[in-house]
Ligand binder design. Structure first.
Ligand code: TYD
Ligand code: MG
Length: 453
């Protein structure tokens, strides 16, 4: 396979050029151009992708039964939508050391208990290292094959020979295919290897789980196409320095994407956390402090109670600082703008820090009101009653929008021992287990907090 020429392709927008450029002229991104090598003859493997099937009429298509295999790990099953779908390609991405290899070795062990044959391809660790980890995790499986290998072609041969039910590839950045001249981990290699794995998964009906590393800015290393190619994308999140971890489905062709699975990293592996609210709230200080508010976000099918903290103080800098951890910074800026314009809270000379406790990321707009109250109470040096939960999305004119699943959220708050809930007026419900304060505008919510002092 002779190399004819190489081209440089932008991983962000697909712009192509003959030579390297630091900045993409098309999308303006820096350092995103990567080399791709073109060949005179097409790689042979591509022929396998030629589909011999003919188009079928929709009415004649027979739906085969979707076969799901339980991983025996309840939180993992939850984000997968009830178990691994046979013949699917799943990508698990996360920072180094977060626990990707651990959870997949545990999953492999559990699958073997269900009489499944598993092939664990380790491109990063040796067989003895994996054996040590398996001992630590007390995995005793007869049907678990460990294969330290980096060549995609060898992996394919072994899959065809062993014909496992599930294959784990640890990691996609460490394997390479001979069809592509660039080194392992390059965009072309990742694309080629994923393509091959996808083909194996679909043609042989084998479930393949692929591990992917993430870059400094939190994206999966490699092209965005990787996410498009696979059936399911799961991110492993959490604070490496704390014991809990979260699996979040970002894309799932076979289930709900907003599901979250929560685990605790123990000395003998990852354990499912069945009551996450205790975990997220147990770090709270028992004394009420200004700038703290409890919100109820709805992660998939389960509401989560999370503490939002804020610190507001006069800035020593020429322009005030705005720092947000665990929530979108632009969302916080919008809430601050509403607080200034609609409530009259002057923050132009104040630094504002907003932090979500527990290392969890909150994406849901129902946390808006909690963020606003954390900032407003800190600025005014009053406290939000620690027995109160705050639920509501804020509109630009300061109105409070309703949220979905209010009963579920309130139920969770009651179960966790909260006595009062500030909720959107449009969500008004009667619940005699908890005092409900329905609010129409942001100012009403602030007044309700301040007048309760
Ligand atoms: P690992 O699964 O190797 O992470 P990744 O594959 O995402 O890079 O996890 C490594 C970390 O987990 C390491 O710091 C040690 C810790 N760990 C435990 O705390 N308990 C355990 O039982 C295991 C296996 C690992
Ligand atoms: Mg690993």
């Amino acid at each position: 396979m002779a190399k004819v020429k190489s081209k440089w392709v932008c991983t962000e927008c697909g712009y192509e050029t003959a030579g390297y450029l630091g900045k993409c002229p098309e999308c303006g991104a820096w350092g995103t151009l990567v080399e791709e090598v073109q060949f005179t003859s097409k790689p042979q493997i591509k022929d396998e992708f030629i589909n011999k099937e003919k188009p079928e009429l929709l009415k004649d298509i027979h739906i085969g039964e979707e076969v799901r295999v339980s991983t025996n790990i309840s939180e993992f099953d939850r984000i997968l939508g009830g178990g691994l779908v046979q013949g699917s390609l799943v990508l698990i991405a996360g920072d180094p050391g977060i626990g990707k290899s651990t959870i997949l070795l545990q999953t492999s062990g559990e699958l073997c208990k269900n009489n499944k044959k598993v092939l664990y391809v380790s491109a990063e660790e040796s067989a003895s290292q994996l054996k040590l980890r398996a001992q630590r995790l007390s995995i005793n499986a007869d049907n678990l094959y460990i294969y330290p290998q980096t060549s995609m072609e060898n992996i394919k041969t072994q899959i065809e020979e062993i014909m496992p039910d599930v294959v784990v590839v640890d990691s996609i950045q460490a394997i390479y295919s001979q069809n592509v001249a660039s080194s392992a981990g390059s965009v072309s290699q990742i694309r080629e290897c994923t393509n091959l794995l996808m083909h194996i998964a679909k043609s042989k009906n084998i479930t393949i789980i692929v591990i992917g590393h993430v870059t400094k800015d939190g994206n999966i290393a490699g092209p965005k196409v990787l996410e498009h190619m696979v059936d399911t994308v799961i991110y492993f999140e959490g604070d490496k320095y704390k014991s809990y971890r979260m699996l979040r489905a970002m894309k799932n062709r076979f289930g709900n994407t907003s599901e979250v699975g929560i685990f605790e990293m123990c000395t003998d592996g990852l354990k499912c956390v069945t009551n996450p609210n205790e975990l997220f709230l147990n770090e709270r200080s028992q004394v009420a402090v200004p700038g703290s508010a409890i919100v109820v976000t709805n992660e998939g099918s389960r509401p989560l109670l999370v503490e939002i903290q804020s610190l507001v103080g006069t800035t020593p800098y020429p322009s005030p600082r705005r720092v947000a951890n665990g929530v979108d910074t632009s969302r916080v800026l919008q809430i601050l703008a509403v607080l200034e314009k609609r409530v009259g809270l002057n923050l132009s000379k104040q630094d504002v820090y907003v932090n979500v406790m527990g290392g969890i990321d909150v994406y849901e707009p129902s946390a808006d009101l909690g963020i606003a109250l954390a900032v407003a109470t800190c600025a005014r040096d009053v406290v939000v009653d620690p027995q109160t939960v705050i639920i509501g999305e804020i509109g630009l004119s300061g109105e409070i929008h309703p949220v979905n699943n209010i009963e579920k959220r309130l139920n969770e708050a009651v179960m966790t021992g909260f006595k009062k809930a500030i909720i959107p007026y449009a969500n008004k419900v009667t619940d005699n287990r908890i005092e409900i304060v329905p609010v129409k505008r942001l100012i009403d919510a602030i007044t309700a907090c301040v007048s309760a002092q």
